[in-house]
Design a protein around this ligand. Structure first.
Ligand SMILES: [Zn+2]
Length: 268
């Protein structure tokens, strides 16, 4: 009897979560399961809250399909004293503007790198203070604290407040998305076909191949300028940047890319 109940609950959970797990992602799955609660209640309340739901409402951005040859390169988890300067040099060489989803405690450690990112035309965005994963049952107050502390760190260094938030690991829930909105943030993930997995050190060729064989207008590409393993991102960029430039792409920040979303909606 007990085992049947568990099986039934598991089946409901699986059905509920299926739309959310339709693609892979960075460290961890692309999406979090719905917030806590009995499975039977969740099934009705949260069933359709996958990508389609949030994309239609404009509450989470994965990419911005557009006729323009623009692409947004994003770098998570930095700044990093070794890799970030190399990546900044490369971006400058190709006249590329990117978005750095920085981790608050690293901003406090390496403020000069954050200043340089801003001075060279890049966008700074919030990626929590401790790179905390907010899976189901996450504490909203802890989430707010992580976002606020990072915002304060960025503001104290740059004088500007960020408006974009990316949850570590890509874990999101209705609670988290709304808490981010209340704090003044739009939640930004990445194109599912542009998840380079560079944090796993898969090999430079794999990273290059992933980006170049999939590049489409309006993509948001996921890179990391701070990784725990052997960094390969800068080496990959040396091949990616010239090739995409040759194909006519302009490298824009996520906020610049979002302007194409608005104009597209107006005209469609
Ligand atoms: Zn991250």
């Amino acid at each position: 009897m007990h085992r049947q109940l568990i099986a039934a609950a598991a089946a409901i959970l699986l059905l509920t979560a299926l739309p959310l797990f339709s693609a892979g992602s960075g460290p961890g799955a692309a999406a979090a399961a719905p917030a806590a609660g009995p499975a039977s209640q969740q099934a009705g309340a949260e069933r359709d809250r996958g990508r389609d739901y949030y994309e239609a409402r404009g509450e989470i951005v994965w990419e911005v399909p557009t006729e323009e040859k623009v692409i947004a390169l994003t770098f998570d988890d930095g700044p990093d004293p070794t890799e970030t300067p190399i990546i900044l040099d490369l971006l400058k060489e190709y006249n590329a503007h990117a978005t750095f989803f920085v981790v608050g405690n690293r901003v406090d450690k390496f403020p000069e790198l954050v200043k340089r990112e801003l001075a060279e035309g890049h966008e700074l965005a919030n990626h929590t203070y401790h790179h905390s994963y907010f899976r189901k049952q996450a504490s909203v107050s802890r989430f707010r604290d992580e976002v606020r502390r990072t915002q304060e760190s960025i503001q104290s260094v740059t004088g500007q407040r960020p408006h974009l938030f990316r949850p570590p690991g890509g874990y999101y829930s209705e609670t988290l998305v709304q808490a981010a909105r209340e704090a003044g943030y739009l939640t930004v993930l990445w194109s599912w076909h542009q998840d380079t997995k560079d944090w796993q050190s898969p090999g430079v060729d794999k990273i290059v191949g992933k980006v170049l064989s999939n590049a489409r207008n309006g993509d948001i590409v996921l890179f990391h300028d701070h990784v725990e393993r052997h960094p390969q991102t800068a080496a990959a960029l040396k091949e990616i940047l010239p090739e995409l430039q040759k194909r006519g792409f302009r490298f824009v920040t996520v906020s610049e890319l979002l302007q194409y979303r608005k104009s597209r909606q107006v005209h469609s």
